[in-house]
Design a protein around this ligand. Structure first.
Ligand SMILES: [Zn+2]
Length: 158
């Protein structure tokens, strides 16, 4: 088990790294809870999601020893909102496949990748069939999405 002090150091470093990214940024929705994060990320390039900005919540209470709980908070057409998402090896449904030390950035990257995969979309929280008109509609909405955590997509990633 990672001790509390080491855990806080790991999280602080990763939070700082995410803040420097061009396509991801992290926020604290609850200033009293350093283990609950919100992360905005751009849709994957060269995909129908590329204009969108998506907002997820990660519960990192047992990270880095176990994978986080991850859910999307705005609609994308790829994931069910407010529902924990299953990604093999990277979310809490699969503690057995978890590699301690996996970065939060790697988990967000997997979320981006899985958005555009068209086959075997069978996991929890994953919308099985992508509907392109929904994707477009949600992508337009996502650009003006705001959250109580301070995320304002109209100002992010300019
Ligand atoms: Zn938020």
């Amino acid at each position: 088990m990672t001790d509390q002090q080491t855990k806080m150091k790991i999280l602080a470093r990763q939070f700082g790294e995410l803040k420097l990214k061009k396509n991801m940024s992290a926020f604290f929705p609850d200033k009293k809870n350093p283990f609950m994060w919100h992360i905005s990320f751009k849709g994957p390039e060269d995909s129908e999601f590329q204009e969108g900005i998506y907002h997820c919540q990660m519960n990192l209470a047992s990270y880095p020893d176990s994978p986080p709980e991850v859910m999307l908070l705005n609609e994308s057409g790829a994931y069910v909102v407010n529902t924990n998402i299953c990604i093999v090896g990277l979310t809490h449904y699969h503690p057995e496949g978890w590699t301690p030390g996996t970065s939060i950035e790697a988990i967000v990257t997997a979320l981006q990748m899985l958005m555009q995969i068209t086959t075997d979309r069978s996991g929890y929280g994953v919308i099985p069939t992508i509907n392109s008109s929904d994707v477009k509609k949600y992508s337009d909405k996502s650009k003006v999405f705001t959250c109580k955590c301070g995320a304002d997509h109209s100002k992010l990633f300019q």
